[in-house]
Design a protein around this ligand. Structure first.
Ligand SMILES: *[C@@H]1O[C@H](CO)[C@@H](O)[C@H](O)[C@H]1NC(C)=O
Ligand SMILES: *[C@@H]1O[C@H](CO)[C@@H](O)[C@H](O)[C@H]1NC(C)=O
Ligand SMILES: [Zn+2]
Length: 464
């Protein structure tokens, strides 16, 4: 009897153990299944989707320009900012679904305000105004009744005021030809140039220098960031760089970002600035770009980044791709391979262009070079300023695409400053029609693309 009880108890204990093992096994298996399927299911839900990726700049879904003209603008798009309100009126009446969606996106991002300014002129002053406006009676009529067009971006909070008539007002003339001025500066600065003698007259990074065929890096002696360096071309004259030399300069900067990031994983936000000539803000004549590898997007780039995030949050749509399509529809874009240039509706400076691509690749920098050639050869603007932002260098839920923003800085050899309290503390102010730079850039791209023999890729800023 006692034996039987002992046996039963033994069996029970054994069963208990088996049960336990089974329970553990089942839980384990169930856990695995849940852990595998749950994220898959979650990913289907929209709130999970709001974990952002880079806006992949996708130019393939864009229709031909004629499509937009035909369907959104009653077959006739006016290629001047002065007629933006008329274009918008046509757009509002479009039947095509694509145009209607775009129209809604336009009004989600932009607010266009037309403010009419009226005035009278005393008899004697009319003569003066007529003279300023080159005896053009149409323009004189406009002078009495001026349309000020204010465009605001709801997400970046940028606002630009356009009064195209202002470009007709008198400005101080300079008597020296702009090309002679640049040549004179080139000669004057050559002998004492620090950057021509970079080996002995510039600092080095703790990892030394990064060098390309036509360019080299130097540490910036007085820093604005933990990682702050200069990229110098081996030529002294910024107006004399070939496409190959220009691309090499930025290729060197990309190599430098990779090098610095390999030593400091927390610094992963690559940004650059590039100015030319004293009026453009450059402290030295010699071509030099600044590179910053920061722990976040800095001010202006941060605002752009934030704008894209808010837009995506509110509309579940991609800011940069939508911005591109809006400008493309309005005839304010130029394409080159996987990069696109738009003349933004809220420019900071005259002849402004924003170039976008998913990564900082060859097409992006070629387009950059072509913008500069357009400034030099079609617009005779030798001074410009540029801000560049690249994707975050580590897997990140949010990042900017590769973005280059560039604008001219007025007449290079004039004494008048092109920046005043207006743009520093009030609003952006541009008198030049954004359609002009787009037309000129398109021509430059068509011309230079044919002669360009570059097949080289840029260094990839991948997260490896
Ligand atoms: C985007 O979101 C805002 C705010 O919710 C809304 O007013 C707007 O209509 C949306 N735009 C589009 C194109 O869906
Ligand atoms: C950039 O540098 C890489 C590595 O040195 C090189 O293979 C590539 O050809 C360069 N690209 C250009 C456009 O110079
Ligand atoms: Zn030099």
């Amino acid at each position: 009897m006692a034996d039987v009880t002992a046996q039963r108890m033994l069996k029970k204990r054994f069963l208990n153990r088996r049960f336990l093992i089974q329970a553990v096994l089942v839980t384990f298996l169930f856990g695995c299944v849940v852990m595998y399927y749950c994220p898959m299911a979650l990913r289907q839900l929209s709130f999970y989707k709001s974990s952002y990726k880079t806006d992949i700049i996708n130019l393939n879904h864009l229709m031909k320009r004629e499509f937009y003209e035909q369907n959104c603008f009653e077959g006739r798009l006016e290629h001047t900012l002065a007629k933006l309100p008329d274009n918008l009126l046509k757009w509002s009446k479009a039947y095509h679904r694509t145009c209607q969606i775009l129209w809604k996106k336009f009004h989600t991002i932009y607010v266009v305000n037309v403010r009419e300014g009226k005035q009278n002129f005393p008899q004697n002053f009319i003569k003066v105004v007529r003279h300023w406006l080159a005896d053009n009676e149409e323009l004189l009529k406009e002078a009495y009744n001026q349309n000020v067009i204010q465009v605001s971006n709801y997400y970046s909070l940028e606002q630009t005021v356009f009064n195209l008539l202002r470009s007709k007002r008198p400005t101080s003339k300079t008597n020296e030809d702009i090309r002679d001025y640049v040549k004179r500066l080139a000669v004057q600065t050559k002998k004492m140039c620090d950057f021509c003698q970079y080996k002995t007259r510039t600092a080095e990074d703790i990892f030394g220098r990064v060098e390309g065929l036509y360019s080299v890096s130097a540490s910036n002696t007085f820093k604005l960031e933990k990682w702050h360096s200069l990229f110098l071309s081996k030529k002294h004259d910024p107006t004399d760089l070939t496409e190959e030399e220009f691309l090499d300069l930025f290729n060197t900067s990309l190599k430098w970002f990779k090098k610095a990031h390999s030593l400091d994983k927390d610094s992963c936000y690559p940004m650059m600035i590039y100015d030319t000539l004293p009026k453009g803000g450059a402290s030295q004549f010699h071509p030099h770009a600044h590179g910053f590898l920061a722990s976040q997007y800095l001010s202006h780039m941060g605002i752009q980044h934030k704008a894209a995030i808010s837009y995506k949050d509110e509309n579940d749509s991609e800011y940069w791709n939508d911005l591109i399509e809006l400008h493309h529809a309005l005839g304010l874009s130029v394409m080159l391979g996987d990069a696109v240039a738009i003349s933004p509706l809220t420019p900071v400076r005259e002849h402004e262009i924003i170039i976008l691509s998913t990564y900082p690749g060859t097409d992006l920098f070629r387009l950059f070079y072509y913008v500069i050639q357009t400034y030099y050869h079609k617009l005779e603007r030798m001074c410009f300023s540029t801000g560049l932002g690249f994707p975050v260098m580590r897997p990140s839920i949010t990042t900017l695409p590769a973005i280059i923003r560039i604008g001219t800085r007025g007449q290079c050899n004039s004494h008048t400053n092109d920046v005043s309290s207006l743009e520093l503390y009030m609003m952006q102010n541009v008198h030049v029609d954004p359609y002009i730079i787009i037309r000129d850039l398109q021509e430059t791209v068509e011309k230079l693309m044919k002669t360009s023999s570059l097949g080289n890729e840029m260094v990839k800023l991948n997260y490896d």
